[in-house]
Design a protein around this ligand. Structure first.
Ligand code: ZN
Length: 129
């Protein structure tokens, strides 16, 4: 079942809202990382002997950086979906060409594949297939 223009506009709105929300998160995290790094530098200068606090702080930064990375790839996926809307192939599985279930799009508006293909692809990634 193809999506109506009204549906598509709804998803576009969802995607744009989500994108703005994620971007805000990324900006916040980047600030936090930068601040942590600056503090670490001060700490190193003062003591020269990193203790457990320093180590905790570093892994905290790593976690944040990983999260930023994840969020940025989410933004890429959202951008792809918005492009798909603009190009008129939104909601169509890019593997098998079937329509993606609306329920699926409501949960994951940036879904590129129908559920069946997604599961298949994930199995391939995991090396199960
Ligand atoms: Zn498919």
């Amino acid at each position: 079942m193809a999506l109506s223009q009204k549906d598509i506009e709804k998803y576009r709105q969802l995607l744009e809202d989500k994108r703005a929300q994620i971007e805000k998160q990324v900006v916040g995290l980047r600030k936090k990382i930068k601040k942590s790094l600056d503090e670490d530098r001060v700490f190193e200068r003062n003591s020269g002997d990193p203790d457990s606090d320093f180590i905790t702080e570093s892994s905290e930064i790593e976690k944040d950086e990983m999260l930023v990375h994840q969020l940025e790839s989410a933004i890429e996926q959202i951008d792809d979906a918005i492009e798909a809307i603009n190009e008129g192939y939104y909601g169509i599985c890019q593997k098998c060409g079937n329509s993606i279930d609306k329920g699926r799009l409501n949960t994951i508006p940036w879904a590129k594949y129908c559920y069946t293909c997604q599961v298949e692809l994930e199995d391939v990634e995991k090396g199960v297939a």
